[in-house]
Design a protein around this ligand. Structure first.
Ligand code: NDP
Length: 329
């Protein structure tokens, strides 16, 4: 495993990290999740991602059990959790000072930790004044509940506004965003955020490198394996992904995956490894957050670190041509 600095901080995170959306406490029973953390750890993964909203806190609970049972030194691992979707009540959602403080307290309890390394705002909340939100995250850091704070899927303008509020009121500014980034989704990371890298050294921990599995090539024949997330009938996102497969847009995406699969063959790697390695070729990315419903997927995906070293400029150009979505930059 290799490690990168998270943005302009001195915090080192593994190039590949493990997330918990849909999997832990859902597809993977809480009691079976330990094996996943053991597997990740054995490959040098030191960075784990969660959110209060993942399966109503079950994702965080699984991480909490793992941290306790596996007996890792707290200084050896890095945890991110995200606040926004905390429940049904009027004050259980968003980025008010009340929800940020109460939501984080509940998350820490589920994680069985005194602090998280990075606390993130899972989305921007236009209904709450920016000063209130920045002040609340500053308070969490000053009271030792988090070491840094970040954003997730905020626009560049919203991040600028948080930095301006921090400067004006002498508060702590966010250090990184958590955006979607994969071969299909590039604009925000490669174009919109460009000024943020220059001004703030803004870091990135990117999600869905496989576009929920589509970039693994497992859906190339349009069949959905029963043990894959697209077969989950209770999750509206997965139902929508499954339905999209047979639309013209979905078919066009699968065609692209098939063509990119030929490039993976020339590299002697799997399509999943190529897709993750492609994210790592972007040096703005601090860590690529992967998901896994089987421990074997972790073992396969971590090899993307080596694949990334092998990808040539020519192969990157070929991928740009196949995907046809490289932003002007
Ligand atoms: P991916 O796009 O990489 O999808 C992961 C899923 O793909 C796995 O759970 C598995 O699902 C399948 N898969 C993984 N490896 C392989 C493989 N080698 N071969 C075939 N199939 C494979 O990532 P996620 O969408 O899970 O996102 C990663 C993490 O990012 C999340 O866990 C979460 O922590 C974070 N996230 C953050 C968001 C935000 O708004 N900030 C939003 C979404 C995610 P299966 O086996 O079931 O097919």
């Amino acid at each position: 495993m290799k490690y990168r600095f998270l943005g302009r901080t001195g915090l080192r995170v593994s190039e590949i990290s493990l997330g918990s959306w849909i999997t832990f406490g859902g597809q993977v029973k809480k009691e079976d999740s330990l094996a996943f953390f053991r597997e990740a750890w054995s490959h040098g993964i030191n960075f784990f991602d969660s959110a209060e909203g993942y399966l109503e806190g079950k994702g965080e609970e699984s991480l909490g059990v793992a941290f306790k049972e596996l007996g890792w030194e707290r200084s050896d691992f890095v945890v991110v959790t995200k606040i926004y979707w905390g429940g049904e009540g009027p004050n259980d959602i968003g980025l008010s000072r009340k929800h940020i403080l109460e939501g984080t307290a509940k998350s820490l309890k589920r994680l069985q930790l005194d602090y998280v390394d990075v606390i993130m705002a899972h989305r921007c909340d236009p209904a709450t004044p920016m000063e209130e939100t920045v002040r609340a995250f500053t308070h969490l850091i000053n009271s030792g509940k988090a070491l840094y704070w970040g954003t997730s899927e905020w626009s560049a303008q919203e991040i600028e506004s948080a930095h301006n509020a921090a400067k004006t009121f002498g508060l702590i500014a966010p250090i990184c965003d958590q955006p979607q980034y994969n071969m299909f989704t590039r604009d925000r990371v490669e174009q919109e955020y460009l000024p943020l890298y220059e001004s703030y050294g803004y870091g990135l921990t990117v999600w869905s490198p496989l576009a929920s599995g589509i970039l693994s090539g497992k859906y190339n024949d349009f069949k959905v394996p029963e043990d894959s997330r697209l077969a989950i009938k209770e999750d509206r996102f997965m139902v929508a992904f499954k339905e999209k497969l047979s639309t013209p847009e979905g078919r066009a995406q699968i065609e692209k995956v098939k063509r990119a699969g030929e490039i993976a063959k020339t590299l002697g790697c799997t399509m999943s490894q190529l897709a993750i390695a492609w994210c790592l070729k972007n040096k703005r990315v601090s860590s690529v957050i992967t998901g896994a419903s089987k421990t074997s997927q972790i073992a396969e995906n971590v090899k993307a670190v080596q694949v990334s070293d092998k990808i040539t400029e020519d192969q990157l150009k070929q991928i740009d041509e196949v995907m046809g979505n490289k932003p002007p930059g």
